[in-house]
Design a protein around this ligand. Structure first.
Ligand SMILES: NC(=O)c1ccc[n+]([C@@H]2O[C@H](COP(=O)([O-])OP(=O)(O)OC[C@H]3O[C@@H](n4cnc5c(N)ncnc54)[C@H](O)[C@@H]3O)[C@@H](O)[C@H]2O)c1
Length: 319
């Protein structure tokens, strides 16, 4: 059944989540904090919706190809077996209609969350700012609303007390490029109502994600418990001058058969997010340490506007 879903934050992930909500037929509102934020979010909505539509177009070429079932965008096409070009054309037409009709941008927080079934917090990875927003949301959310966080590195139990609805709060964590990499890690805190957890799993399915249930809180969930140390190790090699990003990527890709090395992944994640994650390590304050050097180098790139795929340049040039 169609739901009303509100996104808090219109950055890399907020936009992708919102687009998947609209794609699957849900009324989707982005709450943004200023007119300036609209100027930054609207181009992302345009860019990611284009990419989703072009991935649907590209899927038509994969029909009949034995590799097709591994390569198609799994969040966009629920069932690959027996798919036809006509069915994909129908999906493209429905997507265009849904994007035009179901996506709203709202600066007034009260209006944005009015009647929301789910509010998904996808704002910057900054604990103090998240707490501030939860405190603002607390008295505005309708009784029925389930509040979710997409935080990559922070635990729901750090924030539950500020939400005013700890039992209706848990994490639904997405992986970047969610229309292709459609994981939905569901993680409660000790006070999450099991019924709320179940409804969150159901929502993940309704927006074409594959729900992955965690039985207990784990910093970094399943994915980032593996990915963050891997990306840190790669950045350490770069920061110590052991090898350049392209060589590090090539080593990983050749040796493991993985399609992307760590710096290609970092460009997709976005260098600001990588920078914020690195800042949370205590050793980042220690001058000369690996993390300190990584921060310095990432900051130099961010200051030049080289923040990743979104900006057209990161470790690689996408223009
Ligand atoms: N980038 C990734 O690969 C990725 C993957 C999974 C989860 N996440 C998580 O998703 C969340 C958002 O990450 P992102 O990559 O989209 O970041 P981003 O920097 O692209 O976007 C952050 C958004 O938050 C908004 N924002 C920042 N401070 C705010 C405030 N005080 N009030 C209101 N809005 C505010 C910004 O305007 C922006 O729209 C983070 O918690 C991150 O850990 C990111």
């Amino acid at each position: 059944m169609s739901k009303k879903i509100t996104l808090i934050g219109g950055g890399v992930l907020g936009v992708q989540i919102g687009l998947m909500c609209a794609y699957t037929g849900h009324d989707t509102t982005f709450w943004l904090r200023s007119e300036g934020s609209i100027g930054r979010t609207q181009p992302k909505i345009d860019l990611y919706s284009e990419w989703m539509l072009s991935d649907l177009e590209a899927a038509k070429q994969l029909i009949g190809n034995p590799m097709g079932k591994f390569l198609y965008a799994k969040g966009l096409i629920k069932d690959w077996d027996g798919i036809t070009a006509e069915a994909i054309d129908d999906l493209i037409a429905a997507a265009k209609e849904n994007f035009a009709k179901l996506i709203h941008i709202e600066l007034d927080m009260a209006k944005a969350v009015e009647d929301a079934d789910f509010v998904i917090e996808a704002m910057a990875e900054d604990p103090a700012q998240k707490i501030d927003i939860y405190k603002q949301l607390k008295d505005l959310l309708p009784e029925k609303t389930i509040l979710l966080t997409n935080s990559s590195t922070l635990l729901p139990s750090m924030f539950a007390e500020y939400t005013g609805r700890p039992e209706k709060y848990c994490a639904l964590h997405f992986a970047n490029t969610i229309w292709k990499n459609n994981t939905g890690e569901v993680m409660g805190h000790p006070g999450t109502d099991p019924e709320v957890f179940k409804k969150t799993v159901e929502l993940a399915v309704e927006i074409n994600m594959i729900p992955l249930e965690l039985h207990k809180e784990q910093p970094g969930y399943i994915l980032n418990s593996m990915l963050v140390p891997f990306l840190s190790a790669a950045q350490g090699l770069w920061a110590r001058g052991v090898a350049d990003p392209a060589t590090i990527d090539l080593t990983w890709e050749l040796a493991t058969g993985a399609p992307k090395g760590p710096f290609k992944i970092l460009d997709i994640v976005g260098l600001e997010t990588a920078y914020n994650i690195n800042l949370m390590k205590p050793e980042t304050k220690v001058e000369g340490s690996d993390s300190w050097m990584i921060s310095k180098l990432l900051k130099e790139k961010i200051d030049k506007g080289e923040t990743g795929v979104n900006a057209g340049k990161g470790f690689y040039d996408y223009k």
